[in-house]
Design a protein around this ligand. Structure first.
Ligand code: GLP
Length: 268
């Protein structure tokens, strides 16, 4: 099934729309399994989902699985948020502690386990036991990665431990670690990530991207060849329902042929 591209005016509109798509899934299927993402892009989506929860959106039966975590980092609630750069803490602060989801229904990779490889197998098994992911939220890295599936990740890959690309380390340093006073060599170089096959088995994908800095990689991922060098290009062959929500700046690199389709599928 071809994916749908929705272009919104700006980041705020994009975030509202993404939140609406997720909320709609929860209303239709209150016990759905959501795949969740970190990064600066989903912040606004979580913000609007929290607002919707305050107006009655019920998360009590929802289950969640997060995409990834830095190896060596784990949530430390006794530490100020800025000093705890784990993705688990991000999820806790930006979303999970503000909604009524029971803790036992939240699944996050734990970067501090003794045996990460074994943990990855168990995580994969837990997703399977939950019946698979109904809707997976995704951002896109500047090298085209989904979660931490860096260039070269096989589309058949499963949840596993990976080495981060230099570009990703730099991006995450600039976006998160730097302002909190960390040096670049304090950014973890390894992570746990859901695999490409794990992501592609989700029944619905929702990819969000904002800003001009994502325009060129999005054009490659959505309109260039499907290649494991750009993980997000896998969306072109995805067999379920996929929606890509962009703001105008992120959509700027898309070729005219595709913008005609975009104009038709646009919901402003
Ligand atoms: C990290 C995360 C990805 C995310 C990407 C983009 O590498 N592992 O899941 O999509 O960053 O982040 P941002 O939204 O900050 O651009």
């Amino acid at each position: 099934m071809p994916y749908t591209v929705v272009v919104k005016k700006d980041y705020d509109e994009l975030s509202k729309h993404a939140a609406r798509v997720i909320a709609e899934r929860i209303r239709v299927q209150p016990d759905c399994v959501l795949g969740l993402a970190t990064g600066s892009t989903p912040r606004g989506t979580y913000h609007y989902l929290i607002e919707m929860h305050r107006q009655g959106l019920d998360f009590s039966k929802v289950k969640t699985f997060n995409l990834d975590e830095y190896l060596g980092l784990g949530i430390r609630l006794d530490t100020p948020y800025a000093q705890d750069q784990s993705y688990a803490r991000f999820m806790h602060e930006e979303f999970l502690r503000h909604i009524n989801i029971p803790a036992k229904q939240i699944n996050l990779p734990v970067g501090t386990v003794k045996d990460p490889e074994q943990f990855c197998l168990q995580y994969e098994e837990a997703i399977h036991k939950a019946g698979g992911i109904d809707l997976q939220l995704l951002g896109i890295g500047s090298d085209g990665h989904w979660a931490f599936n860096e260039p070269g990740s096989s589309f058949f890959s499963r949840t596993r431990v990976v080495d981060l690309a230099e570009q990703t380390i730099e991006d995450n340093y600039q976006s998160f670690f730097k302002d909190a006073g960390f040096s670049k060599d304090q950014v973890p170089r390894k992570a746990m990530t859901m695999g490409m096959a794990t992501i592609l088995e989700a029944r619905e994908l929702l990819m969000i991207a904002s800003g001009e800095k994502k325009a060129s990689i999005l054009a490659k991922a959505l309109q260039g060849p499907v290649t494991c060098k750009i993980a997000a290009s896998a969306i072109q062959n995805y067999s379920g329902q996929a929606t890509v929500i962009l703001d105008e700046a992120a959509a700027r690199g898309l070729k005219p042929s595709r913008s005609e389709d975009i104009a038709q599928s646009c919901v402003h």
